[in-house]
Design a binder for this molecule. Structure first.
Ligand SMILES: [Zn+2]
Length: 426
């Protein structure tokens, strides 16, 4: 069955348990009402569990080996030269480029710069130039009139959490105004507003969610109340044969400790830099066996692949085994740090698999893996109190008739494939 119209509401980073909690305790009454008749399940994120990889999977319905986005940073093939992949690097078509009718796509991460499509596209995090963030371009002055902001200014959180919360709220208000304005702007078949302030809020203030006595507990709840009101407004405008999907791209939980993977690789002799050089990708020396890119993608420094490559093809397996042993035995404060160690061929398929890390690590609860090379310690505690999780994103589908038979818990790729099947011509 194809819905007359499909609405997809993205809630960046919102965990299954939190949504259920807010629905049941009256913070999100509209969501609660929708939930009563809906299919509602925990969902698995992408590997690794970061927004750009997960949303790229949701909008294409395919895995990173096919859509080509493996992280917020990548290196050009055959070099250590870093690049920041954007929408131009997405190698698979999005559902709105293959669907019947017009789409209205608002604030989906990693969709900058926008390109021609049928309908409206406002790109999300990371959008740089507003003129390259809106299609059609004539929307720029109209949305600026609504005080539309491409993103919350997270820098403010480092100055003051009050200023950050004010900015977060203004950004949400303007986003909701844009959603209302664009609802009737054009005839559409698919409408996808994505709320991303939730991710920022949980990074800085996950502790305020858990602690009812926290200074910002109510501000935290207020953000979700406001989103729920917008969800209610959207839901009230839907017809019987329309379908509403709500979903998040990954879960969230309390952050106990940041763990710097490259620091571990240095201290265990896998990663070395040229004498007297800053620790950076460009200064890797030829004794290096492996290095990590954010958040925890481990690349073997292969001879035929990188300028200072040292590991020959016939040494690669041993090196991978040594690394697996290192990561699986890593403990901090008596706790195991790494939950899953995936080899790329076990989790990715497709023409771009060569660009993937050789191992991808997923952390145990509380640990946040980081790829920065400059950390002088293995662990640290920065300003964040929340971190992404691979488990416990959520998927909600208002009409049970369109729910496919998921063999196991669905992943963001399954959600993307469902969206594609509901919006496609055939
Ligand atoms: Zn996210």
């Amino acid at each position: 069955m194809k819905p007359a119209r499909l609405v997809i509401i993205g809630l960046d980073g919102v965990p299954f348990g939190m949504l259920k909690d807010f629905a049941q305790t009256g913070i999100m009454p509209n969501t609660n009402r929708i939930m009563q008749d809906a299919f509602f399940t925990p969902m698995r994120s992408a590997i690794p569990e970061i927004s750009c990889v997960a949303w790229s999977s949701i909008i294409t319905g395919v895995n990173p080996g096919q859509h080509g986005v493996f992280g917020f940073i990548d290196i050009n093939p055959g070099s250590y030269k870093m690049k920041f992949p954007n929408f131009n690097d997405l190698k698979a078509p999005t559902f709105w480029e293959q669907c019947r009718g017009n789409s209205v796509i608002i604030n989906v991460p990693s969709t900058y710069p926008v390109r021609h499509m049928n309908g409206v596209h406002i790109s999300g995090f990371v959008s740089i130039d507003i003129n390259k963030s809106m299609h059609p371009a004539s929307l720029v002055p109209q949305l600026q009139n609504l005080d539309y902001r491409l993103d919350v200014n997270a820098q403010k959180a480092h100055e003051s959490l009050d200023l950050f919360l004010e900015d977060l709220d203004q950004t949400l208000t303007a986003r909701i105004k844009a959603v209302e304005y664009l609802w009737d702007y054009t005839e559409w078949q698919t409408f996808m507003p994505t709320f991303t302030g939730t991710d920022r809020l949980m990074h800085f203030l996950f502790d305020a969610y858990e602690d009812a006595g926290h200074k910002y507990h109510n501000a935290f709840l207020e953000h979700f109340r406001k989103i729920d009101k917008a969800i209610g407004d959207i839901h009230s405008k839907l017809a019987e044969d329309d379908v509403l999907i709500m979903l998040s791209d990954h879960g969230f939980e309390k952050l106990e400790k940041d763990v710097y993977v490259n620091h571990l690789l240095v201290s265990e002799g896998f990663l070395t830099f040229r004498p007297d050089a800053e620790p950076s990708l460009n200064n890797i020396d030829s004794a290096t066996k492996a290095f990590a890119l954010d958040p925890a993608r481990i690349f073997i420094n292969q001879k035929d692949k990188y300028p200072a490559g040292s590991v020959a093809e016939n040494e690669k397996e041993t090196c991978l085994k040594d690394l697996k042993n290192l990561f699986s035995s890593l403990e901090i404060d008596g706790k195991k740090v790494i939950k899953h160690i995936y080899r790329k061929q076990d989790v990715y398929t497709g023409p771009y698999i060569d660009n993937a890390g050789d191992l991808i690590l997923i952390a145990e609860n509380g640990f946040n893996l980081k790829g920065a090379m400059t950390s002088k310690e293995l662990t640290a505690k920065g300003p964040f109190t929340g971190k992404h999780t691979y488990e416990n994103a959520f998927l909600m589908i208002s009409n049970q008739n369109v729910v496919p038979d998921f063999d196991d818990l669905p992943t963001v790729i399954d959600a993307g494939a469902l969206i594609k099947s509901l919006t496609s011509d055939n």
